[in-house]
Design a protein around this ligand. Sequence first.
Ligand code: SF4
Length: 363
Amino acid sequence: MTTVENIPEQLQERIDMAALGARAAEHEALTPAAREELIAHIKRMLREQNAVLVAHYYVDEKLQDLADQTGGFVSDSLEMARFGYEHDAGTVVVAGVRFMGETAKILSPDKRVLLVEKNAECSLDMGCPADEFSAFCDRNPDRTVVVYANTSAAVKARADWVVTSSIALKVAEHLTARGEKILWAPDRFLGAYVQRMTGADMVMWQGSCVVHEEFKADALRDMKRRYPQAAVLVHPESPPSVIDLADRVGSTSQIIKAAREMDQETFIVATEDGIFHKMREAAPGKTFVLAPTAGAGGSCKSCGHCPWMKMNDLSRLAKVLQTGANEVLIDEDIRRRAEVSLKRMVEFARKHISPTMKLTGNA
Ligand code: SF4
């Protein structure tokens, strides 16, 4: 079993269970004919139930393709939520992790939101329990509370702002210009990146992503020597030493865009490996190599694989549509407060960046 640093011991068992569930999903024992039959059945159920499938870039490519083929959507969590909000379907089925289902429900309280896998979590969300986070906020009453999208509805409800990685720098600059000090949660690496780039006064929750924290700078330097023509694309949830080696730092959507627009033919990519499916579609013929996760003295714990994202599979999706299981329900008071901090970011983006700006940028 893997051991993950920075995660409280009591959560380790849940991570190990997720890894087992992910392996089961990856080895979904279906013949090609059975898979086609299952996909046809899922398509029928989506139609009959007026349901739409939204999938994250990190889930299995079969689910991403199914979302595309059925009029659904593949993106990051806030764009998934925005799509679900704007779509006229009565049911939004989320292939991703729990906080993504919650974000969809926060924006679409009158719709039924189903998760493909209810045990799919996120180490950033798990590592930031609402009661402990609230006590942290209480100890820092003079600070504006800014949380990353990868948090529970209850943590978002305690925040003043929710941000994505693409808007975090702008919000930090805006708050700093107004003389406000920031309390940041939960990702310490993304927080350190924002602090470094903006000079904002920040205190930070010490959370991390079990996938991104594994990328290793020493091994990446070696890899750059092996691929001297390659561009390095890094998600800002990665350690600062890895970010320092990047040609482009960006969110999932920005990484895909960089692969399409940059001239290089080869890219070393430091983010979850599910993203390669959309990168290959966006830039056919180019070569994508996963950044190394085991440097000198290190040991690979995630290997670029999010154990929870990989729990999502076709069989679980079919079961959820058959049974209506895994519905996301949020206490209405929490939902309303979370909606305020989420919509503050949306309004900020419209006013200060672009009236049509999309909410891209989280993991
Ligand atoms: S890849 Fe990291 S940030 Fe994304 S869901 Fe998995 S644990 Fe959370």
